[in-house]
Design a binder for this molecule. Structure first.
Ligand code: NAP
Ligand code: ZN
Length: 368
């Protein structure tokens, strides 16, 4: 047995941690760019005020870039980078869901490296600014991963940039920011976190340590998905569990990466406008069926068991409640999704490496 692990992020979990641990920020510099979403949710949920108060307390100057779109594009990152450069930011703080945090990671690169899209996606860059993450959704795990997922119109898809320099130095995880999150965003982001846990658990790159994280995340998130499906108001303990589960799933994918559902899901987001979690959730049951057919691994059964699910059918039923029906698509569109998803490296992380016919079958099955 051989494996590697490195967990460079200083994580603070709990209500009030941003202000309590404000002084931690002083280690990163004296000028920060706060990067947040354009919809204003971080103003409404209190995260932005807390971050500004923490910076004030730590005597750090800041500017706010509040134009991040969902599934941020490279252009969106370039706009933020201009501001970071003009104020000579020493570090960036992503406040919001995965989109603002991933945009902050992109800005951390482009602020110090004036590079082409190709160089950005091929990791041809030098130093990167330190990154702080303050998630306000419980889903992506980007607060501990080395990835920034950006939308490229040039390549008509979402592309993951991965390097250890993109792992945040500090992550403040305060579940209070998620307490007023609408039902559909709660469902989408929880399904994303669940996808991370199960894709990592069923990755051929799994290690004893990634399994510790993914199995625990499956336990927590499997239970919480069923609570969300009841459509009742969530309690604080559910919000805490979702943020913890999402963090654990993020730790798991930081060791293994994601796999087929994400590779296909990127096309569903780019071409059909589905949210990231919804796109994954629509693919999950067909992908699991594929694994059942093509793999002898006992992990498929244990993954379902850990998630408190009896069968793939039960997962399918749950995903329909949480993510809705698949979008209508034409044969031409489905062919395009096949070609695009085969380009994603994530496709080849699964316990069984799919052939093109398998990908066609999975896409037909989930969209048919
Ligand atoms: P998101 O795109 O960041 O946000 C979705 C929506 O939720 C936005 O309208 C946002 O509003 C709103 N929102 C955020 N927090 C809220 C809150 N507390 N209350 C109410 N509304 C809130 O969603 P996400 O699912 O967290 O992130 C998805 C992105 O992360 C995708 O681009 C995906 O590819 C990426 N991702 C990255 C990794 C990684 O390891 N790097 C892993 C998985 C996914 P605002 O407009 O105000 O922000
Ligand atoms: Zn994801």
């Amino acid at each position: 047995m051989s494996w590697q692990a490195s967990f460079p992020t200083k994580v603070f979990f709990g209500r009030g941690v941003v202000q309590e641990q404000a002084m931690e920020l002083q280690t990163l510099g004296s000028k920060a760019l706060i990067v947040t979403g354009k919809g204003g949710s971080s103003r409404r949920n209190g995260a932005l005020d807390d971050v500004c108060a923490a910076l004030e307390k730590a005597s750090i100057e800041w500017e706010i870039f509040d134009e991040v779109e969902a599934n941020p594009s490279v252009g969106n990152v370039r706009r933020g980078s201009e501001i970071a450069r003009s104020i000579k930011a020493d570090f960036v703080i992503g406040v919001g869901g995965g989109s603002p945090i991933d945009a902050a990671k992109g800005i951390a690169i482009v602020r110090l490296n004036e590079i082409s899209d190709e160089d950005l996606f091929n990791l041809n860059y030098g130093e990167v600014l330190p990154i702080v993450a303050v998630p306000t959704t419980a889903g992506t795990g980007t607060e501990v991963t080395s990835a920034s997922i950006l939308t490229s119109d040039k390549f008509q898809t979402k592309i993951g940039i991965r390097s250890t320099s993109l792992i945040p130095k500090i992550a403040y995880l305060d579940p209070a920011y998620t307490s007023q999150m609408p039902w559909q965003i709660t469902a989408d982001t929880a399904v994303d976190a669940y996808s991370h846990a199960i894709e990592s658990y069923l990755s051929f790159k799994n290690t004893p340590l990634s399994t510790l994280f993914s199995e625990k995340a499956l336990h927590i998130l499997g239970r919480e998905l069923k609570v969300i499906a009841q459509k009742k108001e969530l309690k604080s303990k559910n919000r805490d569990a979702l943020m913890y589960g999402s963090y654990l799933a993020g730790m798991a994918i930081s060791l293994t990466g994601v796999s087929i559902p994400h590779a296909i899901g990127y096309s569903l987001t780019y071409f059909k406008g589905l949210s990231h979690g919804q796109a994954n959730g629509i693919v999950l049951p067909a992908w699991l069926e594929f694994n059942v057919k093509k793999s002898q691994s006992p992990r498929i059964t244990t993954a379902l068991k850990a998630s408190s699910l009896q069968s793939v059918d039960e997962l399918h039923y749950l995903m329909e409640i949480l993510c809705g029906k698949p979008p209508v698509s034409t044969v031409e569109e489905r062919n395009l999704f096949v070609e695009q998803s085969l380009q994603s490296k994530n496709m080849y992380n699964n316990i069984v490496i799919p052939q093109k016919e398998d990908v066609i079958h999975i896409i037909e099955h989930c969209l048919g």
